[in-house]
Design a protein around this ligand. Sequence first.
Ligand SMILES: C[S@@+](CC[C@H](N)C(=O)[O-])C[C@H]1O[C@@H](n2cnc3c(N)ncnc32)[C@H](O)[C@@H]1O
Ligand code: SF4
Length: 389
Amino acid sequence: MPEHTLHFNQLPPLSLYIHIPWCIKKCPYCDFNSHQATAELPEQEYVAALIKDLNNDLDFVQGRTLDSIFFGGGTPSLFKPASMASILQAAEQQIGFSENIEITLEANPGTFEQQKFSAFRNTGINRLSIGIQSFDNQQLQRLGRVHNSDEAHRAISMARQAGFDNFNLDLMHGLPEQHLEQAIADLQTAIDFAPTHLSWYQLTIEANTEFHKHPPLLPGDESRWEIFQRGQALLADKGYQQYEVSAYSQPGKASRHNLNYWQFGDYLGIGAGAHGKITQLDGSQGTPQLLRSRKTRAPKDYLNKEKPRRHIETIANEDIAGEFMMNALRLNQGFTKTDFKQYSGLPASHIEKGISVARAQGLLTIVDQHIQPTAKGRLFLDDLAALFI
Ligand SMILES: C[S@@+](CC[C@H](N)C(=O)[O-])C[C@H]1O[C@@H](n2cnc3c(N)ncnc32)[C@H](O)[C@@H]1O
Ligand code: SF4
């Protein structure tokens, strides 16, 4: 078999990402495809477009069922539970759900959203990801959030009452003028709620954001490093296992949806600006190919029925190993050669040389056949992945 012909014994698992691109207000640090909502959201129209978009992607399914679904944003919790129910019903009818499917909704902790948690749970959504960011009112204000600390507390209690025993809290650290004690207090407050999962992100200043135009005063490198070290120790002490750069969970409660991305599984992406990654067994030359799909980004163009929504490109075979690494090496557990073969379609011989070089440079290590990034490798992930291009 020539080295660049892909070969798959079976297709990777399949997930579905659904993007809802509106928020009450745009946060000054956020570069996601999210837009301040106008008085009246075109919710019904958008749900109809999502279902069309999904139907148009059915050629990517190739006999699989969905292992996970993620409603992300923007702020999907602005939508009505009935809208989520319609989308889920279409996905179940058109594709089908695997047993124990994980269905996550990103929710903001505003009062308006909290009131809908029970109804969301009744649609079959079984995991909530709540964007807390901080429990400190002054920080929440600096971050331009529309909720306060009391609402954050209440949202978490409401999530539990609504029957979400599996939920994630998003927190950020390294916030403007933040001291070590404040960052650790935020983390401790979150841990006291015993979430099954914590996403603990260091604030980054992204291009095209308000914070980029008017940079706030961030703690220095050393303070940010200290916050990170102390936070890591606290999370480990409380039984949260780090399994990815910013993801921590109770044992067995890693996000299956995000794991599938990082393991280089397949996913459909529907909604404005959503991305998908698909293994197509019968590609354009009758041989397997990996594809990336991208949907029209601006919500008003996405809603325009006259224009095509789906844009597809083939991942060049010589780029596949590098893309696999950019994902798999985010995971602490790394990957095995069998995983590499199964998800990339390439033979393991393809990465032998890169592995040797990376090991010699102290960027990779092998533990029980798992090829894992070292601490240095995690810091220099781009350089590490470049060894496989
Ligand atoms: C898709 S976003 C938004 C989810 C939800 N709309 C919210 O804000 O609560 C997911 C998470 O990414 C994190 N995030 C967004 N921008 C970030 C940045 N510039 N630096 C670090 N984390 C960021 C936030 O913790 C946020 O909750
Ligand atoms: S952080 Fe969340 S609420 Fe804020 S603009 Fe981004 S997606 Fe919207």
